[in-house]
Design a protein around this ligand. Structure first.
Ligand code: NOJ
Ligand code: CA
Length: 714
């Protein structure tokens, strides 16, 4: 860390330059006209002022450098003049905040939430004298701000056509980005210089049932590396009753600007009655990439738990009547008329319905013998023969009527007897009005069956036409589902969701979501599946938004059923993902028969899903990452490491282990000749001796990984 004096000096120099440009402003009497907010340890800071045209303006500092150059804030409205210029600062209220809070489940039990904050009250200097407040927070791991439209005379409701929050970069950094798609996050990440971002080139992906990329914009979280090695990740927190934010890219001026997802049906982006607050606009700032993963900024920006004790949800490993459908071995619809794993073709001869009572019992038997306490059954309810490819999907699924060959009550009873709880499945087929109407009956059935988790899905274009998955109307739908579920003691794992914005702190029944290109693409993507660099990018981008239902654990990596596809990782990497990719529900996604008699399956049997603490040991975005996590309640540690297409040596210091404890240590590593495409299943499993003083080197194969279990033995 640079000495404080140097930080202050650089910043003061910059402030002097800014202010010497403002008419009538002397650096000596700046106090009233400027906010200079620093984080508790003073590494990060925000400066806010009103420029000479009266426009709200801010800059962000990290140590002795400016990381966001002077950037503007503005709003445009449907029936009102823009809020942009002609503002003055009426007051600034600064506060310090220090607390720690407990995650009911999570990457760690205790979270420190320390920040300095400011509420800046602004008003227009001329009629109509409108008011706008801005809340700022400076944390040691980043900064954030949000707008508040306070109650004021003459304005009841605002219809926002866009928010223009600018983020001006100070250089042309390396960026890991997905396009600012209004309908789906399931794109591969691209690594490029900021000036080379071209989101338009990602339009019309053949494997996406819904996609709309109107601008050269990116979705968040978007992560960048500056030349100094400092990493910035832009995102939003507490997205409630507002549209999701994409960031429009100005490749010439090296600047981003918020571009909200709109509604073509309603002709605007956000409609709100006053008073209201926008989501937080957040920038995680880290000296090294690994600190981004350790940061809890996004959760800290959210309100504390509002739904009380959620002990009815237990973090768990689960299996699914799921992968077999994606492989085309079985179908979602009972009539077996559709092979949705190829999205269009009719099912092949001999292919049968997956969700039968007998098949569910087979999975339950396997799960209960192997320390797996959940089972997801997809295709259990009527309607699946009217799913992908159908425009008229309203009223098709009712979420309570099982197919004739699936005895829901018997499966639940059998699961209970064996200690396996069902995870319910509600594929809405992107007909949210139908789902909202059915929600009470659907949840009542779950309550009756004592089922406490549901995977929801929103495949397809939203009905009604003109709405997008990430617009305000859908944000409110997802939130209504979350809150209704909480009232019924139900946890939500949403696929095709709205992005995670840390609401799991306020609503800890928001357990996981997809919201990325998941394992399923490996079964059927026309581009050959996720490349080896995908997950080493995801860990530093999408994972900053919260838990991921990635569904790891494919053992039959070659996918014999799918000649054009395979998993582009080694088997050891599939194991490592249980630690690297965080979720309180982790699927063991392969077929039971592919796990039988596999020594490597011992790791999945043992690995934890709920963590006392997490250590990010090493990593670089898009290259590799190693994470160690201590299981809650047992003191066992599990370690996962993954690499991209490049093989590499990593050194691990086991100094995270307790000094006075003994551990039984099993290593699952790539065999010397392992390779993600040529030899993916080659794994070496060995017991080794390790204590807190150990420092060991490991070899990761191309597309490879490493998983280590450290089970306490005293
Ligand atoms: C897409 C989801 O991502 C996948 O997990 C699910 O199996 C299908 N939709 C069906 O709901
Ligand atoms: Ca999906």
């Amino acid at each position: 860390m640079k000495p404080l004096k140097a930080i202050r000096f650089t910043k003061m120099l910059l402030l002097w330059m800014i202010f010497s440009l403002l008419p009538g402003c002397q650096p000596f009497n700046l106090r009233l006209d400027i906010l200079d907010l620093e984080s508790p340890n003073q590494v990060n800071g925000i400066v806010f002022f009103i420029d000479k045209e009266g426009q709200p303006t801010y800059a962000v500092f990290h140590k002795d450098s400016m990381v966001i150059d002077t950037s503007k804030m503005a709003f445009t409205f449907k029936h009102a003049a823009p809020m942009q210029k002609g503002f003055q600062i009426d007051s600034i209220i600064e506060e310090n905040h220090r607390e720690s809070w407990e995650m009911p489940w999570g990457e760690q039990r205790i979270v420190e939430n320390n920040y300095n904050s400011a509420l800046v009250k602004l008003s227009e200097t001329q009629s109509p004298y409108r008011k706008l407040n801005i809340y700022f927070r400076a944390y040691d791991d980043g900064v954030a701000y949000r707008f508040e439209f306070p109650k004021q005379e003459g304005i009841d409701t605002l219809i926002i056509t866009d928010e223009h929050s600018q983020f001006k970069l100070t250089e042309d950094p390396t960026v890991w980005w997905i396009p600012g798609d209004w309908d789906i996050y399931e794109h591969l990440y691209t690594e490029s210089e900021f000036s080379k971002i071209n989101a338009i080139s990602k339009r019309n992906h053949p494997d996406l049932g819904q996609t709309y990329i109107p601008e050269n914009a990116v979705n968040t979280p978007v992560t960048m590396r500056l030349q100094s090695g400092v990493h910035l990740a832009f995102h939003e927190a507490a997205l409630l009753d507002y549209a999701g934010m994409t960031l429009k890219v100005d490749t010439t001026n090296l600047s981003l600007e918020s571009e909200l997802v709109g509604s073509d049906r309603l002709g605007y982006k956000v409609k709100r009655a006053l008073p209201f607050q926008t989501p937080w606009r957040s920038i995680q700032i880290a000296d090294k990439a690994t600190d981004l993963i350790a940061s809890r900024l996004i959760e800290n920006l959210n309100e504390p738990n509002k739904i009380g004790n959620v002990s009815w949800f237990k973090p768990k490993k689960y299996m699914g009547i799921w992968w077999e459908m994606h492989l085309g071995i079985s179908t979602w619809d009972m009539e077996a008329t559709q092979d949705m794993s190829t999205h269009t073709q009719a099912a092949k001869a001999g292919v049968k319905h997956g969700a039968t009572t007998a098949n569910a019992k087979k999975y339950i038997d396997f799960a209960s013998k192997n320390n797996i306490t959940g089972l997801l059954v997809e295709g259990w309810n009527t309607g699946w023969n009217h799913w992908i490819g159908f425009e008229d999907r309203e009223g098709v699924f009712d979420f309570v009527t099982p197919y004739a060959d699936y005895d829901l009550y018997e499966v639940v009873r059998y699961g209970k007897e064996k200690g396996v709880e069902l995870i319910m499945h509600h594929e809405t087929s992107a007909a949210p009005r139908t789902y909202a109407q059915q929600l009470d009956t659907a949840f009542a059935l779950m309550k009756q069956l004592d089922i406490h988790a549901v995977k929801t899905g929103y495949v397809g274009k939203i009905i009604p036409k003109g709405e997008y998955h990430h617009g305000q109307w859908m944000v409110n739908h997802y939130q209504k589902v979350l809150e209704t579920a909480a009232a019924n003691q139900i946890a939500i794992n949403a696929h095709e969701p709205i992005k995670g914005t840390g609401l799991r702190r306020t609503y800890p029944n928001e357990i996981a979501r997809e919201g990325l290109r998941g394992q399923e693409f490996n079964a059927w993507a026309s581009d050959g599946g996720n490349p080896p660099e995908h997950l080493p990018i995801v860990a530093f981008t999408r994972m900053l938004a919260g838990p991921i239902d990635f569904t790891p654990g494919v053992f039959d990596i070659g996918l014999p059923q799918k000649p054009d596809n395979q998993i582009n990782t080694t088997l050891a990497q599939q194991l490592a993902l249980y630690v690297v990719i965080y979720s309180p529900i982790q699927m063991a996604c392969d077929l039971p028969e592919n796990y039988e008699h596999q020594p490597a399956f011992q790791f999945i049997r043992e690995v934890g899903v709920d963590w006392e603490q997490t250590k990010i040991l090493n990593g670089e975005v898009g290259d590799f990452v190693t994470i160690a996590r201590e299981e809650r309640g047992t003191g066992n540690w599990f370690l996962g490491s993954i690499t991209d297409e490049n093989e590499r040596e990593i050194e691990i210091a086991f100094d995270f282990l307790e000094v006075d404890k003994n551990y039984e240590v099993t290593v699952y590593k790539d065999a010397p000749n392992a390779h993600f495409s040529k030899n993916p299943k080659a794994i070496t499993i060995e017991k080794i001796k390790v204590d807190y003083k150990s420092k060991l080197k490991f070899h990761l194969a191309p597309g490879g990984g490493l998983a280590i279990s450290l089970i306490t033995s005293n």
